[in-house]
Design a protein around this ligand. Structure first.
Ligand SMILES: [Zn+2]
Length: 111
């Protein structure tokens, strides 16, 4: 049985889960359970540096992917935008696909 700490909404005291009954033993105020962060499965907050790094990687991926889509389809802006969006959403994966296709090389036409 888990001992979830409870916090009084009126006086702010916390009780080690022993204060059953939903009322604060000190002031009679309503108690709310303090659910630990890890119990919620919350993702750890990213530091600003990590967020910036992610954004830079995403931007670089979008740029490289857009270039590949543009060149692969012989200067098609539509394909460049499509590849760019994919590159931003799926960094690493999209450039990997681009590399597999031959980065920046035109698609072979069956002829
Ligand atoms: Zn209280």
């Amino acid at each position: 049985m888990s001992m979830v700490p409870e916090r009084c909404l009126r006086c702010g005291r916390t009780w080690g889960g022993a204060a059953a009954g939903g009322a604060c033993p000190a002031c009679g105020g309503p108690l709310v359970q303090m659910i630990p962060q890890h119990a919620l499965g919350a993702l750890p907050e990213l530091s600003p540096g990590a967020m910036l790094a992610l954004r830079v990687v995403s931007m670089a991926s979008a740029g490289a992917s857009a270039y590949h889509g543009y060149k692969r389809n012989r200067g098609s802006v539509g394909w460049a935008i499509g590849w760019g969006v994919l590159g931003a959403i799926f960094p690493i994966i999209t450039p990997a696909v681009a590399l597999a296709q031959g980065f920046g090389k035109p698609a072979k036409r069956g002829r």
